[in-house]
Design a protein around this ligand. Structure first.
Ligand code: CLF
Ligand code: SF4
Length: 421
């Protein structure tokens, strides 16, 4: 599960092991005090998921969007390690490395394990944090413990399969698809078995709960009591984000007042998180100050084939008014086409395209094909952000993509510096 979490209420720290307890002080999600001081970095190494939540749309990467499941890149363990080293140099107070999607950490366990081991071998003091939907938690709990991960988040939205059946479209358990109450029951059983295994060795388990009006909000206090009985350290009740293109896209919004009233009610039983930012799967920095855009693509530059010094570059710019690179790739309806040759930057024309992002996944394949035709002579696309799917497809067609927010001229010079010998 993409991790979706000022704390108050009761929690029992006496159950925690020494590392889990020590880690809380500098964990921005577990400690309200730490959230203004300590930074976390998410490694987006887990693209696959093994369930389908009715609120999840992992590929919808919009410029204004900051929510779980969204990332601008997916890294392999080597790239994740390189990126960690780079970010660590720049952010002194980086204490936590989390894996929060964009899919489920345990549906990508080999990548998660390799990334954790690489970083751990280099830096013994990192606090690792993992977020999961819990479907494979019973199976992987021992490995998680052996890896020394002492902070785990499980998203549990219900303790009644009839409610779960309304939240999950399907559960893919060990290669077989289960739907309705059957699927929800399998998920629930594994979540609680895994929770117990972790709590038994003192891991600090936070349970994330998505508050969905008309589906589970009445049920949440009972759910919080249950996870408390099982030894969860705290819960983080979050408002549903009705993401475009999902079954729940038209569900009612939850107000802050409603959310905090429910949290207050539940705080009688268990410590509550009030400062969750529902962050991206590639978030970096303090919870309230996401710096991920600064660190995009830093591990990818060596893969760019160098272009001959004098070859003319054709560059497509995502720009609202033709002055700045200030649009997300998915939002562009008109690209500004420029050429760069022998130190000369020249505007050529505007080219209309159909907007790539409208929230409907099913239409994206045909749209990217059309965009590719429109940009077929281009070497470079410059935008503020681009999702990993279109980026990958453009790359396969020898069009390199760069993310920046700058004047068009500076953007072109930046892209040129990355592609020239
Ligand atoms: Fe990341 Fe989640 Fe670990 Fe925090 S986020 S894996 S516990 S390090 Fe934190 Fe972000 Fe809320 Fe998650 S603010 S979405 S609770
Ligand atoms: Fe999306 Fe749900 Fe899978 Fe998380 S667990 S990635 S929210 S489908």
């Amino acid at each position: 599960m993409a991790c979706m979490g000022s704390c108050s209420g009761k929690s029992d720290e006496s159950n925690l092991n020494k590392k889990a307890l020590e880690g809380i002080e500098s964990h921005p999600c577990y400690s309200e005090k730490a959230h203004n001081q300590n930074a976390r970095m998410h490694l987006p190494v887990a693209p696959k998921c093994n369930i389908q939540c009715n609120y999840c749309n992992r590929l919808y990467d919009c410029v204004n969007e900051s929510r779980p499941g969204v990332t601008s890149e997916v890294l392999n363990p080597k790239e994740a390690f390189e990126k960690y080293n780079y970010v660590k140099e720049k952010i002194e107070n980086l204490t936590v490395v989390g894996i929060a999607g964009p899919g489920d950490a345990l549906a990508n366990f080999e990548e998660v394990k390799e990334s954790v081991l690489k970083i751990k071998n280099k830096d013994k003091n990192v606090i690792f944090c993992l977020s999961t939907n819990g479907l494979m938690l019973d199976e992987y709990a021992d490995e998680i413990i052996n890896l020394g991960i002492n902070h785990v988040t499980i998203t549990i939205n219900n303790i009644k399969p009839e409610i779960g059946a309304k939240i999950y479209e399907f559960v893919n358990y060990k290669g077989k698809i289960y739907k309705g109450e059957e699927g929800a029951a399998i998920l629930q059983e594994n979540q609680f078995k895994g929770l117990k295994k972790l709590v038994d060795v003192g891991v600090a388990v936070k349970v994330n709960i998505v508050m969905i009006k008309g589906i589970n909000e009445e049920h949440i206090p009972e759910l919080v009591k249950k996870v408390k009985e099982y030894g969860a350290f705290m819960t983080n009740i979050m408002a549903l984000i009705p993401a475009a293109g999902t079954v729940f896209e038209n569900m009612p919004l939850v107000s802050n007042k409603e959310l905090n009233e429910l949290r207050n009610k539940c705080s009688i039983n268990l410590k509550q998180m009030y400062h969750c930012q529902q962050c991206r799967a590639d978030a970096i920095g303090l919870l309230k100050q996401d710096r991920s855009i600064e660190f995009r693509n830093i591990t990818k530059t060596e893969k760019i084939e160098k272009v001959e010094q004098n070859k003319k570059l054709i560059i497509a710019i995502a720009s609202k008014e033709g002055k700045l690179v200030d649009q997300h790739f998915g939002q562009v309806e008109e690209f500004y086409i420029y050429s760069y040759e022998k130190d000369n930057i020249k505007f050529i024309e505007k080219r209309a395209v159909e907007k790539y992002c409208n929230g409907k996944e099913c239409e994206k394949d045909s749209k990217i094909d059309k965009i590719l035709k429109t940009l077929k002579d281009c070497n470079i696309v410059l935008s503020v952000r681009i999702g990993y799917e279109p980026k990958k497809i453009l790359k396969l067609n020898n069009i390199y993509t760069f993310e920046t927010y700058d004047t068009i001229e500076n953007g072109i010079l930046y892209a040129k510096s990355k592609t020239r010998e």
